[in-house]
Design a protein around this ligand. Structure first.
Ligand SMILES: C[S@@+](CC[C@H](N)C(=O)[O-])C[C@H]1O[C@@H](n2cnc3c(N)ncnc32)[C@H](O)[C@@H]1O
Length: 210
């Protein structure tokens, strides 16, 4: 089985219980981090007809925050996660084009989106640099990528612990806890606009441009 199929299968498996598993985290810090991220998005809406992509929409936890005045596309490669996202779109009465698609091979033309958002996605994209390069390709020249991502700590001890226990989250969730996301961003040729550490150096809100 390819790496893509393995990760997809894990998210399909976990999709029906994904929200319950993450409930505590969402009620804790994560919910607030999401709200801040979408406030940042709101502040960037400065013209009509802007296009936004949520890459790796998952079960649709960001959908309730989608601004009403944008054309929104949300993609994921797990059909079962997309099914959960569809329920959220109905629940919150949001207009969103939900599509089954691979971040590493996006079916959008170059320079298409004004804003690209992702939360907790590049821990599981099988080839993160390829995925980030695809986001760069579909981002407009003056566009912005805003992401909320957890990654491997730079602290030697904590980083090594994350390496040691990575297999647990990889097997159950399909997510890695030891991704070197800042290096991956650099390898993809994206430029940092702003980086905020939210939890030590492990969870960050990052704004990027091409
Ligand atoms: C940890 S979940 C996060 C979901 C959501 N963004 C959130 O904040 O709750 C990661 C999601 O990324 C999706 N994903 C991982 N690799 C992908 C890829 N190559 N293409 C599309 N979706 C991908 C998974 O299917 C999963 O739904």
């Amino acid at each position: 089985m390819s790496k893509n199929d393995t990760i997809k299968k894990r998210y399909n498996r976990i999709a029906p219980i994904y929200d319950s598993l993450e409930l505590l985290m969402e009620k804790g810090k994560m919910g607030g981090w999401r709200q801040n991220l979408w406030q940042k998005v709101q502040n960037k809406i400065d013209k009509a007809g802007m296009k936004l992509l949520e890459a790796g929409v998952g079960s649709g936890k960001n959908i309730e925050y989608y601004p009403d005045d944008l054309e929104i596309f949300a993609i994921d490669f797990s059909p079962k996660m997309l099914k959960e996202a569809e329920k959220k779109a109905q629940k919150y009465n949001k207009e969103v084009n939900l599509l089954e698609m691979d971040i590493q091979d996006l079916d959008f033309e170059d320079n298409y989106f004004d804003l690209i958002i992702n939360s907790c996605v590049f821990c599981s994209v099988p080839d993160p640099v390829k995925g980030l390069k695809e986001l760069k390709r579909v981002l407009k020249q003056d566009g912005r990528i805003i992401m909320l991502e957890h990654m491997r700590s730079q602290n030697e001890f904590v980083g090594k612990m994350m390496d040691l226990f990575n297999w647990v989250s990889l097997y159950t969730w399909g997510a890695n806890i030891n991704r070197k996301t800042m290096q991956n961003i650099e390898k993809a040729g994206l430029e940092l606009v702003e980086v905020n550490d939210l939890m030590s150096d492990i969870v960050k809100e990052i704004e990027l441009k091409k």
